[in-house]
Design a protein around this ligand. Structure first.
Ligand SMILES: Cc1cc2nc3c(=O)[nH]c(=O)nc-3n(C[C@H](O)[C@H](O)[C@H](O)COP(=O)(O)OP(=O)(O)OC[C@H]3O[C@@H](n4cnc5c(N)ncnc54)[C@H](O)[C@@H]3O)c2cc1C
Length: 438
């Protein structure tokens, strides 16, 4: 039997592919529900992710999986409107005209930023059209140095720096230009007349997770089952120990896939991963009225949250019984940050005080419910030299034969962690196990 530690998308994808190849698998999930970071809340209509989720056009494996599971027709590509809040004004940045009208960058800054996003290096006056193909070249370059050299100081100060503040806070200077370029490429397709195309399933991501669970077979999945030990015999994996509410189980295994955060891998095997993670505090407000016109609002000033994401400006309110759903989200760089220390009620107060300051017309009584989710490991800090730190899929040389890793510290989760990356990581280990067991 192949034991899979973790019932998030990566563990389920690994189990799915292994089952398809005829292997005996068992997924062990510590919590009572499956889906990991893609877990959902109930609403007055469709379930919604606890942390905002959408797909980018560059992500293909998840689309193929959805097709295989019969959900291909449910994937909708919608315009996810973007805006920037600067000095009390929401500046929409979707169409070419709106970008041209944005007052906080000069026309020349916008031209240089535009060229960079198209992958064109115009330095020296002769355009180089494939300038940024080799991301590894920028793996050790700080973003600020890169952006100032390849565009202008104005682009960095007025556009990139506030975005980095929101995403990486005090760690922003540690992140590599390779991540930045990869992220620009990752975001994918933009319609110059309408804005960015983002993917979302009719019904959200829960139907995809459910279909995956069905394809793996519910009988092959155990929730409420934390894997606490992994034992080897000689240099091969031998057993795993699983704690449930009632008992301790020991299972013999041919292979083990750790599809969880690298601290879980370290606890089970001693393998040390040097990647730092940032946490997230993410609130979901159910409101009787809309806050703004945009889906995704970046904020230029030092607000107690990084972005405001009004989901129902992306997916219609009718899907949620007419309610308006707003995510308020912030990354934290460690438990020392004030936000992490606050109770959920305090977070709500601090956040809505700020929202009232930013949107004086907003009536707080419109907020009918506010739920907060927190995770201390919501995403890696993609610091310089990151690719040297990723955890290999096959840990035969580092731990023991038959031990594999498909969690968020995998290469597939670079330059941005995603559901698609989780599926790719799951497939990568499944292919390696299949080859080994043949
Ligand atoms: C704020 C936020 C926004 C995001 N936005 C997007 C987005 O827009 N688009 C997108 O595609 N992705 C997005 N993501 C990323 C996406 O959610 C993750 O990349 C993906 O869900 C990771 O899946 P995973 O299976 O690797 O890990 P997880 O989802 O973390 O699953 C790991 C599972 O392992 C279980 N586990 C841990 N320890 C044990 C143990 N000892 N025994 C058994 N089980 C254990 C955990 O309970 C968990 O269920 C976002 C994530 C966050 C936090």
């Amino acid at each position: 039997m192949i034991g899979i530690v973790g019932g998030g998308i990566a563990g389920l994808a690994a189990a799915y592919r292994l089952r398809k190849r005829g292997h005996d698998v068992r997924v062990f999930e510590a919590s009572d529900s499956l889906g990991g970071l893609a877990a959902t809340y109930e609403t007055n209509g469709d379930d919604i992710e606890r942390y905002y989720h959408h797909l980018s056009k560059s992500e293909e494996t998840i689309v193929e999986l959805a097709d295989e599971l019969g959900l291909g027709d449910d994937l909708e590509w919608r315009i996810g409107k973007n805006a920037y809040y600067v000095d009390g004004v929401v500046h929409p940045l979707d169409t070419a005209w709106q970008i041209a009208a944005y007052p906080h960058m000069s026309l020349y800054d916008k031209f240089r930023l535009g060229m960079l996003t198209l992958g064109i290096d115009v330095r020296g006056g002769i355009p180089d059209f494939d300038a940024y193909e080799e991301l590894a070249e920028y793996e050790h370059t700080p973003i600020e140095d890169f952006v100032v050299e390849h565009t202008t100081r104005g682009v960095y100060d007025n556009f990139v720096d506030p975005l980095l503040d929101g995403k990486f806070g005090e760690r922003k200077h540690d992140v590599s230009a390779a991540w930045f370029l990869g992220r620009v490429r990752f975001r994918g397709e933009r319609d110059l007349l309408r804005g960015e195309l983002l993917g979302y399933f009719d019904g959200g991501f829960a139907p995809l997770i459910d279909a995956l669970i069905d394809a793996v077979g519910r009988e092959n999945i155990q929730t409420g089952s934390r894997v606490t030990e992994l034992d080897t015999e000689g240099d091969e994996v031998d057993t795993i120990t699983v704690e449930t509410a009632d008992e301790t189980e020991v299972h013999e295994v041919d292979s083990v896939v750790v599809a969880a955060m690298p601290n879980v891998l370290e606890d089970l095997t001693g393998f040390e991963c040097e990647i730092d993670f940032q946490g997230a505090v993410c609130g979901l407000a159910t409101m009787s009225e809309s806050l703004m016109d945009t889906y995704w609002l970046n904020i230029a000033h030092d607000a107690p949250f990084g972005s405001l994401i009004e989901h129902t400006n992306f997916v219609p309110t009718e899907r949620y019984g007419g309610d308006h759903l707003l995510y308020v989200a912030s990354y934290v760089q460690g438990p020392h940050e004030d936000l992490w220390q606050l109770s959920d009620e305090e977070v709500e107060d601090v956040w809505f005080d700020e929202i009232e300051d930013m949107f004086p017309d907003f009536d707080r009584s419109a907020v009918e419910e506010f739920k907060v989710s927190r995770n201390p490991r919501a995403g890696p800090v993609y610091e310089r030299g990151y690719l040297d730190l990723v955890v290999p899929y096959d840990l035969a040389d580092d731990v023991a034969e038959g031990v594999y890793y498909a969690g968020m510290a995998s290469e597939a989760q670079y330059p941005e962690r995603s559901l698609n990356g989780g599926i790719v990581a799951g497939y990568e280990v499944a292919d390696r196990i299949d080859k080994r067991l043949q």
